[in-house]
Design a protein around this ligand. Structure first.
Ligand code: ATR
Length: 274
């Protein structure tokens, strides 16, 4: 039987660990698949995605900055995709209809709740940033019943727009003066770390019991997590678990198979992630 063809589409895409993650899931479940990395030239998402599906592509993942293009490309969207206006998983049904899902938000929630055993329910959450990465997680965080969620961004207007789109009474865009002391959970969704920086935020947002999660991951502790650990020794985690969990949810959409993720997360951490 021919291997089913999958891929991740994005730009850049060379760094993606999705092929090794999905090959691990395939081994676990006895599925046969190929999984490629496809670079999408600027403005060419629709063309590349159409060609991939025309050439026996069964489904694909989408990484930054193409999740909005994928949202526009699909025929049907899941609630998470609709609310976040982002699609990271595409599948095609037996009628040829193209479905778009967002597994980033649910993947984060699974990592927080099941892998790390951190609570979301009734927690006071601060999310930093208001770009594409944050847009993909807000709705699912809200579905997990926090007491409230404050969104803080260097450019306040972008946080206000996202808050308006989410339309949830528990979520507020906050300015520096509205930031509270000692949030239960602080999530960094800014791209400041890519330039070796920590987003400017007063230290008081972190208390002894605050937990800090960086959506990105790297070969060592992220700059943000280093900063948080230094303040009151906060417990920290990076986005490697979220990466594997979102992939597990994509795999489930494609194959209706459950996979184990714990061991794979440890292996990926040991073999270096970038
Ligand atoms: P992504 O798709 O990774 O989310 P993005 O959509 O470009 O990338 O968004 C980047 C986010 O990181 C934005 O919220 C950005 O803040 P602005 O909206 O003010 O640009 C935030 N960001 C990037 N560099 C930052 C820095 N040095 N300090 C604080 N926030 C930063």
């Amino acid at each position: 039987m021919a291997k089913k063809r999958f891929a991740v589409l994005g730009n850049p895409v060379a760094h993606s660990r999705s092929p090794e993650i999905h090959q691990d899931f395939a081994r676990q479940t006895g599925m046969e698949l190929s999984y490629e990395k496809i670079l999408v030239p600027t403005g060419k998402f629709r063309e590349v995605a159409t060609d991939f599906l025309a050439l026996d592509g069964v489904g694909f993942n989408i990484t930054l900055p193409c999740k909005g293009d994928a949202f526009a490309f699909v025929d049907h969207k899941s609630s998470s995709a609709s609310k976040s206006r982002a699609v990271n998983t595409v599948s095609v049904d037996s009628n040829g209809q193209i479905h778009g899902d967002n597994t980033d938000g649910p993947g984060l929630v699974r990592d927080l709740v099941h892998n790390l055993n951190w609570k979301i329910e009734e927690q006071r959450i601060l999310v930093l940033g208001a770009g594409g990465a944050v847009r993909g997680i807000l709705w699912d965080l809200l579905q997990a019943s926090p007491r409230y969620l404050h969104l803080y961004n260097r450019t306040l207007s972008k946080a206000l727009v996202l808050t308006e789109q989410m339309a949830d009474a528990r979520m507020t865009a906050v300015d520096t003066g509205d930031l509270e002391d000692c949030y239960d959970l602080v999530i960094n969704g800014t791209s400041a770390g890519l330039s070796g920086m920590v987003p400017r935020v007063p230290k008081k947002v972190l208390g002894k019991h605050s937990r800090c999660y960086d959506l990105v991951y790297g070969s060592g502790a992220t700059v943000f997590n280093n900063w948080c650990s230094q303040i009151n020794g906060c417990e920290v985690a990076d986005g490697l678990g979220m990466l594997v969990e979102q992939a597990a949810l994509s795999f489930h959409l494609w194959f209706s198979e459950e996979v184990h993720t714990g061991e794979l997360i440890s292996t990926l951490r040991k073999t270096g992630s970038s």
